[in-house]
Design a protein around this ligand. Structure first.
Ligand code: SF4
Length: 400
């Protein structure tokens, strides 16, 4: 089934390390953007069998609650909606509900759907979380990043550790039984023990899911200048390996099992939406800069928020860069992303889908990694060991 991604590009402030497609919150712009989103979603994504972005219908259904099922074609099936950003929790719960209803109008949404809202701790209250839940959200992913105030300050985040803990408690009180926490490692000046303090704090809250990201400092990020000015540096490589391995061990001991390079979850609580990205699935992205992959087609939407809105108002498709994937590209992608999963790649499934014997084609390339203990092969599966996950980019270079 399809996954639906909805991009919300607004933030209350711009963090000094951020490289995402986002801008400062503006109430009027946000309203126009939500109208455009609903219009795009009502276009319905690709026609089944057509495998590409549909021409979006003229913007006639922009008023709230005017969403009706797309009767003129078979509605594709979907079972996840993921509101990512930016800061999706800056939307009003009614706006989130309106977008979900638009998805219901254009897609056959499974009753057992997963609907995730990314949220920043400072942007929620108990009442807002309760209203998001009533609107149809059933999973919250909090961008906590650290449970140390000094680190959060260095990242110019608006929240502190106490607000993050409070937000988590508010989500529980609102009835959310599926909560994820994002943490960021390799922060400027961060020692191994400081990182593990955040990991332990996350465990103490008892989330269903945790994502661990490594901070990447981009050349033009304001944080880079600040690091030079303040003489902050990032820990050496051997410490990063210890950070990663120790975190995975502690999370595993707490019942949060690793299922992907950067993600752990309690049984049955993997991110169903994100697993589509790693298991050769299909998804449609709505909103500025959103990417889609359906069958052999891949496309992305125009990145600038105003440009996106204008195109929808003119009744044009926001899709640009429509690309027909070659069989070799699809195979490379399936292997590249599949190796991110702890279960790795099922070579029999790849053969059935792409007619390629992975072992025969790549065994010579795999050999050095197998000998170094970074890669393993057993019972028709191929997977990265934990040490291999730290050097995943080297192994995955085989498929690029
Ligand atoms: S809240 Fe997230 S998306 Fe927004 S500026 Fe900060 S890091 Fe970027």
């Amino acid at each position: 089934m399809l996954g639906l991604y909805v991009h919300i590009p607004f933030c209350s402030a711009i963090c000094n390390y951020c490289n995402f497609n986002r801008g400062l919150y503006d109430a009027r712009l946000k309203e126009r953007y939500v109208d455009a989103l609903v219009t795009e979603i009502m276009g319905g994504g690709p026609d089944p069998g057509k495998g590409g972005p549909d021409k979006v219908r003229p913007a006639t259904a922009t008023a709230a609650d005017t969403v009706r099922p797309a009767a003129d074609k078979v509605r594709p099936k979907a079972d996840t909606i993921y509101f990512g950003g930016g800061t999706p929790s800056l939307l009003e719960p009614g706006e989130v509900g309106r977008i979900i209803r638009a998805c219901e109008g254009s897609f056959q949404l499974a009753a057992e759907r997963e609907v995730t809202l990314e949220a920043n701790p400072e942007s929620v209250t108990a009442a807002r979380l309760g209203a998001f839940r009533e609107a149809g959200v059933n999973r919250v992913s909090f961008g906590v990043q650290s449970f140390r105030d000094d680190e959060l300050k260095r990242l110019s985040r608006l929240h502190g550790a106490a607000r993050a803990r409070a937000a988590f408690g508010e989500a529980r009180s609102a009835g959310f039984d599926n909560i994820s926490v994002d943490l960021m490692m390799w922060l400027p000046g961060q020692r191994v023990d400081e990182w593990l303090e955040s990991v332990d704090s996350a465990i103490d809250l008892g989330p269903e899911h945790v994502s661990l990201y490594m901070l990447e400092v981009y050349p033009n990020a304001p944080l880079k200048e600040e690091m030079a000015r303040s003489r902050w540096s990032q820990a050496p490589d051997e410490d990063v390996a210890r950070m990663y391995e120790a975190a995975m061990e502690r999370l595993g001991a707490a019942g949060l099992e690793q299922y992907e390079i950067s993600n752990v979850a309690r049984p049955g609580r993997r991110s169903r939406h994100n697993v589509k990205y790693w298991s050769d699935g299909q998804w449609i992205g709505f909103g500025c800069g959103a990417h889609s992959t359906s069958g052999a087609s891949r496309w992305k939407n125009v990145a600038a928020t105003e440009d996106y809105i204008d195109r929808l108002v003119r009744g044009e498709s926001p899709a640009i860069d429509v690309h027909r994937l070659s069989p070799a590209e699809r195979l490379g992608d399936a292997l590249f992303t599949g190796l991110r999963l702890v279960e790795g790649v099922d070579m029999g499934m790849i053969q059935a889908r792409y007619g390629v014997d992975v072992w025969q084609r790549y065994s010579r390339d795999f050999q050095p990694f197998l000998e170094e203990g970074l890669l393993r092969r057993e019972d028709g599966r191929l997977w990265l060991t934990r040490r291999g996950m730290l050097l995943a980019h080297e192994v995955m270079a085989i498929f690029v």
